[in-house]
Design a protein around this ligand. Structure first.
Ligand code: NAD
Ligand code: TDX
Length: 328
């Protein structure tokens, strides 16, 4: 797998090693600001787990890491929309060129299954209904445009080269080990620090929330049972307005709503995402966690893991965050 030191990747590595005793995992990760070996401490001693530090754009490293591998689960990416709005270069390099490098190596190594982990953002904002897999793509920001490029390139390697690719497109994930620039961990940790929660625009944008462990289970199902060349939407079925979510977080922590601060909207801010997940459901997957219980568990995890997020928030993240809000 790639990107295993990030949020979804580390949860996925733990899921695979925990639920498939016959499997082993090679984790190729560059350790960007978002990659953190603390996310994987409990796996380090497992003889079925191996970490390789490297860039998915590096052909030699990628080729070596794929030696003896049956399947690739490609999670590595630049992932934060606000950062892509501030500068898209790394997004194109990692998300597009990096995916290309992996696809080429997978062809050469005759990999039996390549899972390209993608996002609902490729469909763009949807006023009504729910996106289906063959709907047109309409990405709004440089992040989602780079992910759409990666997703299409991966499918082209099936159509043209018969590389056995499957693509997942999931909705917004939340849960343990999510970098605290994303809205849920940012708002939980700000609330714990009694600092303002910056809500963009009118706060009425809607996201469909998916607990990360449910996404890991779905990726696992697609990895084993998905059909070559197919795309699978993975939605949580939990559409929530940002302002409602924010109030829920504050309520769970017993913090006042006066911490909510309206800030200037994100440029190109998609109003609503929604997915039809019927196809992955037909493979036998459905979310195992309710939104309310998963949000409560997530709030509790951050409350109990200050030692994980405090160093992140006081380090390089602080400079990013201050720059971000000085312009809003
Ligand atoms: P993340 O930002 O938490 O982690 C990304 C990981 O990729 C980090 O460990 C980082 O070090 C690594 N990485 C970045 N560039 C690299 C490079 N050039 N070479 C090797 N490693 C590199 O991301 P995440 O939220 O866990 O997302 C994982 C995947 O899921 C991404 O492809 C993302 O687009 C997709 N996705 C995320 C969400 C979500 O809500 N988080 C939703 C849908 C899809
Ligand atoms: O400070 C904030 N205030 C705020 O109101 C932040 C960081 C976000 N928001 C809003 C913007 C969005 O409507 O909250 C919502 C969620 O924002 P993010 O956490 O930045 O996620 P989003 O932009 O929806 O993208 C996420 O889901 C799809 C991931 O970051 C992507 O990697 C994934 O593909």
């Amino acid at each position: 797998m790639t990107g295993g030191a990030g949020f979804i990747g580390s949860n996925f590595a733990r899921h695979i090693l925990g639920s498939h005793p016959e499997d082993s995992v090679v984790n190729l990760d560059k350790l960007t600001y978002a990659g953190n070996l603390e996310n994987l401490r409990d796996l380090e001693k497992d003889p079925r787990y191996r970490f390789v530090r490297g860039d998915i754009c590096d052909r030699v490293v990628v080729r070596e890491a794929m030696e003896g591998v049956d399947a690739v689960v490609h999670c590595a990416a630049e992932t934060h929309v606000d950062r892509s709005n501030a500068g898209a270069g790394e997004f194109l390099t990692t998300n597009v060129s990096g995916t290309f490098t992996l696809l080429e190596a997978a062809r050469e190594r005759k990999i039996q299954r390549f899972v390209a982990v993608g996002t609902d953002e490729v469909y763009g904002s949807i006023a009504k209904g729910a996106a289906r897999e063959l709907d047109p793509l309409n990405p709004s920001n440089p992040y989602s445009a780079s992910k759409a490029a990666a997703d299409l390139l991966a499918r082209a390697y099936w159509t043209t080269h018969r590389l056995p690719v499957v693509v997942t497109r999931s909705s917004n994930n939340f849960g343990p080990y999510q970098y605290p620039e994303k809205v849920i961990p940012l708002f939980i940790t700000n609330a714990l620090e009694d600092t303002p929660l910056p809500l963009y625009g009118d706060g009425k944008n809607v996201r469909d929330w998916l607990y990360v462990l449910d996404n890991c289970a779905a990726i696992d199902v697609v990895l084993r049972k998905g059909k070559d060349g197919e795309i699978y939407n993975i939605g949580g079925g939990n559409e929530v307005e940002n302002v409602v979510l924010t109030r829920q977080v504050l309520h769970l922590l017993g913090k006042p709503e006066s911490l909510i601060t309206s800030v200037k909207d994100r440029p190109g801010h998609d109003r609503r995402y929604a997915l039809d997940s019927g196809k992955v459901a037909a493979l036998g997957w459905k979310p195992a966690h309710s939104f309310g219980a998963a949000l409560e568990a997530t709030v509790a995890w951050y409350r109990d893991h200050e030692a994980w997020w405090k160093p992140i928030k006081s380090g390089a993240f602080r400079a990013y965050y201050e720059k971000q809000y000085s312009s809003r």
